[in-house]
Design a protein around this ligand. Structure first.
Ligand SMILES: Cc1ncc(COP(=O)(O)O)c(C=O)c1O
Length: 444
């Protein structure tokens, strides 16, 4: 009837409509960035055992003391079930927040338990920080490239992401300064500078102490807030822990930490350290998102930390990942065709590879998967489609033998691409089958 409001719901025929998703017109504008990646289907294939996956950033949880963790998890239910199986504080368990201070001490962070908010992984902390600071159209400055799922968070809050150049020591201070000036001249509001200073995902590089001081200086003199994301800081292969930028500024830096890479990603326990006012907002946002972080996971982590085994376990992981990093770098050096370059990570999980000029890592991926090796194409780490000639390799999950085999297969694929390029020249570059449009679970 004219003048009558249209009924909400699937205008074109209800849930039985022939459209694939009858609710397609109803989604909030902020979900526009939540497109499923076309790479996802390939990663389904890539998870088959015959494929060497150098794609995912999955920690090697098989190296954990599983018996001990099983015993702790059972004890937490048996002896502390009333707390472990109940709702808890929106800020996180007080005892765990105290223990987190000890976990951050090697990075030079001095804080009080009250400064810490426990979240379901640092991913949720990242989401909450963006939620409390960013309105649609606000600008977030981030490294180029940056963590895929940070880009998804920024886009889900309709932020504009401006990515800033990196070099072998990470974010370039002068480039950051220029980006700030440019964005401000355009009349836009910058809300956050997001950086991963240690063992960067995906670039594999680390800011040295002088670089960190310079970055802090730029951010401070621009009156901006720095969001320091540090999941890998304890995983430096020489055993030293880079000093967190938060150690030198407790008012202007929000620090994200996690047990995902040092204990178990499946427990989903991360945290954010924030100045008083921000922390209050984050607790409220945490409660809105999930009432409270999992009491069971928190108490399991807390009881495990209480055994005193944590830093020894970190050492075990460090040595294991160093051996895998070595296997990756040695085989890249031995096997990759000339013109390919890569970063040499001093810790963490990733190396960033630049292919010989003219090759496209996204176009090459189906051929790589057909050759039984997988990686993440570089375009996923940029908001604007850059990174076509680059890819991320992770060495955290496969053992050294599999890594060597994976690189052998990848080198064969790159050689074959170069042969094709020799034969077909530019025609090849124009035959790109698809572009990734969003993250896949395997990209973390
Ligand atoms: C840079 C970075 N930040 C945050 C996360 C999220 O970690 P989690 O939510 O498991 O703590 C990851 C995971 O890979 C990461 O690499």
């Amino acid at each position: 009837m004219p003048g009558e409001p249209t009924a909400p719901g699937p205008g074109s025929g209800g849930p039985h409509s022939s459209r694939l998703d009858p609710w397609i017109d109803q989604y909030a504008a902020r979900t526009q960035g939540l497109a499923a990646s076309q790479v996802r289907a390939l990663f389904a294939v890539a998870s088959r055992p015959e494929v060497v996956s150098l794609a995912g950033g999955m920690p090697y949880v098989a190296a954990l003391p599983l018996e001990q963790l099983a015993e702790i998890a059972a004890r937490v239910v048996k002896d502390r079930g009333n707390a472990a199986l109940q709702y808890g504080s929106g800020q996180g368990d007080p005892c765990l927040r105290e223990q987190i201070l000890q976990v951050m001490a090697p990075a030079g962070i001095h804080a009080r338990p009250d400064d810490v908010v426990v979240t379901a992984g640092s991913q949720l902390a990242l989401d909450l920080v963006v939620r409390v600071f960013c309105d649609p159209g606000d600008v977030v400055l981030a490294e180029a490239p940056t963590y895929v799922t940070a880009l998804s968070v920024f886009s889900s809050y309709q932020c504009d992401v401006v990515q800033v150049a990196m070099d072998s020591e990470g974010l370039v201070p002068q480039a950051l300064r220029e980006a700030i000036d440019l964005v401000r001249r355009q009349g836009k509001t910058i809300k956050l500078v997001y950086s991963i200073p240690s063992f960067h995902n995906p670039a594999g590089v680390t800011q040295g102490p002088a670089r960190r001081a310079e970055i802090l200086d730029v951010v401070r003199s621009a009156g901006l807030l720095l969001l320091e994301d540090d999941p890998y800081g304890l995983l430096g292969f020489d055993g030293s822990v880079p000093r967190a930028i938060r150690s030198d500024d407790s008012d202007g830096v929000l620090y994200l930490g996690t047990f995902s890479k040092t204990i178990a990603s499946g427990l989903r326990v991360g945290w954010v350290v924030a100045p008083h006012g921000v922390r209050e907002k984050l607790v409220l946002a945490n409660e809105t998102a999930m009432l409270c972080p999992s009491s069971y996971s928190q108490l399991t982590v807390s009881e495990y930390l209480a055994t005193g085994a944590f830093f020894d376990q970190v050492k075990t992981f460090r040595e294991l990942y160093r051996e895998r990093r070595d296997a990756l770098l040695e085989s890249l050096t031995a096997l990759m065709p000339p013109g390919t370059t890569w970063t040499e990570p001093a810790g963490g999980f990733y190396s960033w590879v630049t292919l010989p000029p003219g090759l496209d890592a996204t176009a090459m991926l189906p051929r790589a998967v057909a050759a039984l090796v997988a990686y993440v194409p570089g375009t996923g780490f940029f908001a604007d489609g850059q990174g076509g000639g680059q890819l991320r390799l992770s060495y955290c999950f496969p053992d050294p033998e599999r890594i060597r085999e994976g690189v052998r297969r990848l080198a064969g694929v790159v050689e074959a691409e170069l042969d094709l390029q020799d034969t077909f020249g530019d025609t090849l570059t124009n035959m790109r089958p698809f572009r990734p449009t969003g993250p896949t679970p395997d990209m973390v």
